[in-house]
Design a protein around this ligand. Sequence first.
Ligand SMILES: Cc1cc2nc3c(=O)[nH]c(=O)nc-3n(C[C@H](O)[C@H](O)[C@H](O)COP(=O)(O)OP(=O)(O)OC[C@H]3O[C@@H](n4cnc5c(N)ncnc54)[C@H](O)[C@@H]3O)c2cc1C
Length: 468
Amino acid sequence: MPGVALLWYRRDLRLHDHPALQAALGSAASIVPVFVLDPRLLDGRRASANRAWFLIGTLRELADDLAARGAPLIVRHGDPRVVIPGLAAELGARDVFATRDVSPFARARDRGVAEGLAAAGGRLHLCHGLLVAEPEQIHTADGRPVTVFTPFARRWAALPPRVPASAPTRIPSALPRSGAGDGLPQPPAPTAEPALLPRPGEQAARERLAAWVASPALEAYADGRDRLDLGGTSGLSASLKFGTISPVEVLRAVAGPGDGRRAFVAELCWRDFYAHVLWHAPHVVRAAYRPLGDAVPWIDDPAGVAAWRTGRTGYPVVDAAMRQLTAAGWVPNRARMIAASFLTKDLLVDWRTGEDHFMRLLVDGDVAANNGGWQWVAGTGTDAAPYFRIFNPVSQGRRFDPDGTYVRRWVPELARVPREHVHAPWTMPRDVQEAAGCLVGRDYPGPIVDHAAARQRVLAAYAGLRRA
Ligand SMILES: Cc1cc2nc3c(=O)[nH]c(=O)nc-3n(C[C@H](O)[C@H](O)[C@H](O)COP(=O)(O)OP(=O)(O)OC[C@H]3O[C@@H](n4cnc5c(N)ncnc54)[C@H](O)[C@@H]3O)c2cc1C
């Protein structure tokens, strides 16, 4: 057995159910875990203070957990294509183990690292662990990718489930125990309110999963997930994004009968689906999945975009979603869809503008899911004919936030607006506005676009494409 192997952590920041850790343990007498703080991610175009806060908090806990098991975490700064082969040479390690990732950025980085290692006779082993099903596990009978959700989900559900591995109690390491996590900075200040962000780390993720499995919200999830006022979702997305919990463990924990559990498993399948789409069609990070989607006549509307970003569109449910995004770094799925539909359909602004904004603020910001969500809403994604999917922000609000509880929480100007007007404040007679302390145009904006007219405009724009 070779002496030393590197375990290169990226966004698989856990000890439980970690195939790369298990593979490393089986292949070398001594394991050296390493994390590389890559300035291209931490300071790049889509850097997010909220995610950096979560990441560093998680790494500090992981460093302690690894040290307690005997293997201090080495932290380095720089480009992994230089750092990893350099560290391997320094420690005399030939094998480097990591969890395979799907984005074009990650794949290019990993190719560079593999080449650097190979030049010195070493090898990068990319293991499962990010997803329930890996891209090569799902394909058509003749070996092509499955890019329509329903047949994808059928194949996904039929796969034999992987049995999750438990966390090792000891990780042999040749390095001295001291100095665990040396080089880790303090977590940077998030832009969101810290109290509203999910607690970083593996322990918190495991507690969250246990609470979710015990919660009545899981049984009620099929409908509850869409209710903006009830908060009926797991809140596990940041943990899944950073791998503080394994998706296979989540799947095993929620397995069972009932519509709620079935619906929740379907969402885990959507997570895999978008990762597979990104793997097979990496062009989606820059362009529409379908070429037709790039011909939409998007409008340049800086004032509209500014109103959208700051939650001042005059449509309460859109504004609540956008203000929650700023304050909490997280938004429920229904509100993400409503906000994204408003930008792309009501304002006819390019989905990439919204995708970027979400990516900078979401603590769970994930290239595959975010891109998939935006392209689904914009109608440029894998769906067959979704151009007519235009959310009406008033009826969506009334349906999924019937009493206006969600809207009032995030848009305090509307706190005293009566229920029947809370999703369309401009319909309030003047005396009601006065009584509610909310004059439309002064305390809260009037709608920046007329939804009915905007709907006609976007339908015409998309119909033009289909004729072209
Ligand atoms: C425009 C838009 C952008 C989005 N951006 C992201 C993103 O950057 N990161 C992200 O993790 N999710 C994203 N989603 C998907 C979804 O909104 C979030 O995963 C969900 O709101 C997270 O909350 P939760 O953990 O409580 O979800 P739950 O409802 O409890 O779902 C459990 C898990 O399933 C996965 N999941 C749920 N819904 C979806 C979905 N529609 N697509 C893919 N995976 C899903 C997530 O990992 C989630 O944690 C986006 C959706 C839209 C419409």
